[in-house]
Design a protein around this ligand. Structure first.
Ligand code: PMP
Length: 376
C-alpha cells in the first residue's frame, strides 16, 4: 500500500492513541462537574490548553477553544465575529481559493447582507498583498486567508498580509492553517484567529482547535451549558484534548526532521513526473513540500485515480471535501488553469511515514497505468 493522501487525513501517532486510551480510563469526571473528579478533569483540560498554546508560543496572548476540527473552527470564528461585531462594519474579505468550510460561510454571510470581497490569486495560487491592500477600508471587520492551500500547497505571505490587515484597527485577521501547522513556518503571533484539525498531523479525527487573541469574543453558534468560555457549549472530551496537546507537540518538534524528508520525496517525484509529456504541474515552485498537484493532459484523472487505487496506491483528485459536489477544481480555475486541467488534476500529499522507495514504486505503477489507459 502506498498512501499519498496525507492532506486528507493521517493515521494517529501510536503515542497519541495510547495516551487517549489511557486517559479515557483515568480521567473519569466531566470537566464541568464541581466535585473532585470534575475538578481534576478540568485541571487536565486547562493543562492541555496551556500546552497547545505553548507549542505555538502563544500562552500570553491567545486563547483556545477545542472544536471537532477546522470546519467547526472556521464556522465558529467567522460567523461568531461577524454576528458579534456587525455594528462595526459590513465588509468582509476572503481569498477565492479557500476550503469550502470558509468559502461557504462567506457565501452565507453574503446572503445575510455582508459585502464580501473575493480576492483573486495569481497563477501560483497566492493572494497578492497589493490586492488585499486595495480591498481594505474602514468598513472591513474581517479578512480570511489560508496559510497553505490544501489542493496545490501554495504558501501565502502571512507576514505581509497580517501587516496590511492590522493597519485597520476594526479588522481581524483569520486564517485556516489546517495544511500549514507543523509543515510550513507561520507567524502564529500575527494571526488574530486560526483553526486546524489534528487528524492532519497525527492526532485523532474529529478534533481540532480555534486559537484566538484573548480580546476577541464570538457569538456562540449553539446554546447550551456554556463550556469553552460560553463560546462552544457541550461536554469537552478531556482525553482527546490531552492527546491533541501531544499530537501538536510532537508535530511541531518533528518539523526540522520531517520537512527535509518529505522534500526529498517531493523533489524526486517532481523530477520524474516532469519527464512525462502527459503531466503538467499546478503546485508552485516555492509551495509546501507536503502537497504536489499535477494535471493530466490526455487522460481522465478519475480513471487514473481508480486504477492506482486498484493497485493500493492512494492519491486524491480535486479535494476530498469538494469532490462529491462539483468535479472541477475551483482552485485551479482561480489559478487560471484550463478547464481540462481543472477537471483532471491529481494531488499527491506526503507525511513523514512515506519513503523514497514508495515514490519509486509509485512512478513505476503510474507510468504503467498511463500506458494502459486510453486518452479521454
Ligand atoms: N481547511 C482545510 C485547508 C482542509 O484541508 C480541511 C480538510 N480537508 C479542512 C479545512 C476541514 O477539516 P475537517 O474536515 O477536519 O473539519
Amino acid at each position: 500500500m502506498i498512501y499519498f493522501d496525507n492532506a486528507a487525513t493521517t493515521s494517529p501517532l501510536p503515542e497519541v492513541l495510547s495516551l487517549y486510551m489511557e486517559k479515557c480510563q483515568t480521567v473519569i469526571g466531566n470537566s464541568s462537574s464541581t466535585h473532585a473528579l470534575g475538578r481534576k478533569a478540568n485541571r487536565e483540560l486547562d493543562e492541555a490548553r496551556r500546552e497547545i498554546l505553548a507549542s505555538f508560543g502563544l500562552e500570553k496572548t491567545h486563547n483556545l477553544i477545542f472544536t471537532s476540527g477546522a470546519t467547526e473552527g472556521n464556522n465558529l470564528s467567522i460567523k461568531g465575529v461577524c454576528k458579534l461585531y456587525k455594528n462595526r462594519g459590513n465588509k468582509i474579505i476572503v481569498s477565492s481559493v479557500e476550503h469550502p468550510s470558509v468559502t461557504n460561510v462567506f457565501k452565507e454571510l453574503e446572503k445575510e447582507g455582508f459585502e464580501v470581497v473575493y480576492l483573486p490569486v495569481n497563477e501560483e495560487g497566492k493572494v497578492l498583498p497589493s490586492s488585499l491592500e486595495e480591498a481594505m477600508d474602514n468598513k472591513t471587520i474581517l479578512v480570511s486567508i489560508m496559510g497553505v492551500n490544501n489542493e496545490v500547497g501554495s504558501i501565502n505571505d502571512m507576514n505581509a498580509l497580517a501587516d496590511i490587515v492590522h493597519k485597520y484597527p476594526k479588522a481581524l485577521f483569520h486564517s485556516d492553517l489546517t495544511q500549514a501547522v507543523s509543515k510550513v513556518k507561520m507567524p502564529y503571533n500575527k494571526i488574530d484567529m486560526f483553526t486546524y484539525s489534528t487528524h492532519k498531523i497525527g492526532g485523532l479525527r474529529g478534533d481540532g482547535a480555534l486559537i484566538y487573541l484573548k480580546k476577541i469574543q464570538f457569538a456562540s453558534l449553539f446554546d447550551g451549558g456554556g463550556q469553552e468560555g460560553g463560546f462552544r457549549s457541550g461536554t469537552v472530551d478531556v482525553p482527546c484534548a490531552l492527546s491533541h496537546a501531544l499530537a501538536v507537540k510532537e508535530a511541531m518538534k518533528s518539523m526540522t526532521r520531517k520537512i527535509p524528508h518529505v522534500k526529498e520525496i517531493y523533489d524526486y517525484l517532481k523530477e520524474e513526473l516532469g519527464k512525462l509529456d502527459e503531466v503538467s504541474f499546478n503546485s508552485p515552485i516555492d509551495g509546501s513540500p507536503f502537497v504536489l498537484n499535477i494535471s493530466l493532459k490526455h487522460k481522465k484523472a478519475s480513471v487514473i485515480l481508480e486504477a492506482l487505487s486498484e493497485r493500493e496506491i492512494y492519491v486524491s483528485s480535486v479535494s476530498a471535501c469538494s469532490s462529491k459536489g462539483e468535479p472541477i477544481s475551483s482552485v485551479l480555475l482561480a489559478m487560471n488553469r484550463s478547464e481540462g486541467d481543472a477537471r483532471n488534476s491529481l494531488r499527491l500529499s506526503f507525511s513523514e511515514s512515506n519513503t523514497i522507495n514508495e515514490a519509486q514504486a509509485f512512478m513505476k505503477e503510474f507510468m504503467d497505468i498511463l500506458e494502459r489507459t486510453i486518452n479521454r
